[in-house]
Design a protein around this ligand. Structure first.
Ligand SMILES: Cc1cc2nc3c(=O)[nH]c(=O)nc-3n(C[C@H](O)[C@H](O)[C@H](O)COP(=O)(O)O)c2cc1C
Length: 201
């Protein structure tokens, strides 16, 4: 089953971005994919909850794309969550608007992958740090997939950035076309740890 994809993009300094900008360029011309730049739309954090709810309702898969900031997201993402996911709409009595939709986080992290292991500097995986968003998805009845993660951004060679961008496009297109192995995508540590398993080769 095909389902249009909404990419909620958040980067407060896009002009200085190396990674997120490239990921965004890789998917912005995909048919069936709507890119919504939150910092461009809401530079004053004045999020229009109705407009956002209408956008969400029109898409089957939501991708939250942003750099990892302090083991979390840039501040506007939190503001967006606080204002848009209203009781009685997203959760709680009568709050079923998002039920059955899919949520994927697509993040980049300065830290390399070994730093995000139990014995590493940060002690936990990026997937673990995204637990509040994962539980938010569950509370809203959404299907939460393992995150797409680009690690070690500060030292990433241009060829590695291009590879990550191409993989990201494959993932977004597969989500749109319903070509994803959901069991594998839920269970993976990161979606792009073994794309073959998730996308079926
Ligand atoms: C305010 C701020 C907080 C950050 N916090 C983290 C962090 O907690 N973990 C991490 O691995 N990288 C962290 N970084 C690094 C960014 O995630 C990294 O620079 C970004 O993903 C690179 O993407 P870009 O080239 O699109 O900006 C932080 C960067 C900034 C500016």
């Amino acid at each position: 089953m095909t389902a249009p994809v909404l990419v909620l993009f958040a980067h407060p300094a896009l002009e200085r971005s190396r990674i997120q900008r490239r990921l965004l360029e890789a998917i912005e011309d995909c048919p069936g994919v709507t890119v919504h730049d939150l910092y461009e739309a809401y530079p004053d954090f004045d999020v229009d909850a109705r407009r956002e709810q209408e956008l969400l309702a029109a898409h089957g898969t939501i991708v939250m794309q942003h750099p990892l900031f302090w083991y979390s997201a840039p501040a506007l993402v939190k503001q967006w969550l606080d204002l848009v996911l209203e009781h009685g709409w997203a959760y709680g009595t009568g709050g079923t608007a998002l039920a059955g939709r899919t949520l994927l986080a697509a993040v980049s992290a300065g830290g390399r992958e070994p730093a995000y292991r139990a014995e590493g500097l940060n002690g936990r995986s990026v997937r673990d740090f995204l637990a509040p968003l994962e539980q938010t998805a569950r509370l809203c009845g959404m299907d939460w997939l393992a995150p797409f993660v680009v690690h070690g951004t500060h030292a990433l060679e241009p060829s590695a950035i291009e590879r990550a961008a191409a993989e990201y496009r494959r993932v977004v297109e597969a989500l749109r076309d319903g070509r994803i192995d959901r069991a594998a995508a839920r269970a993976a540590p990161y979606l792009n740890a073994d794309l073959g398993a998730v996308l079926g080769g």
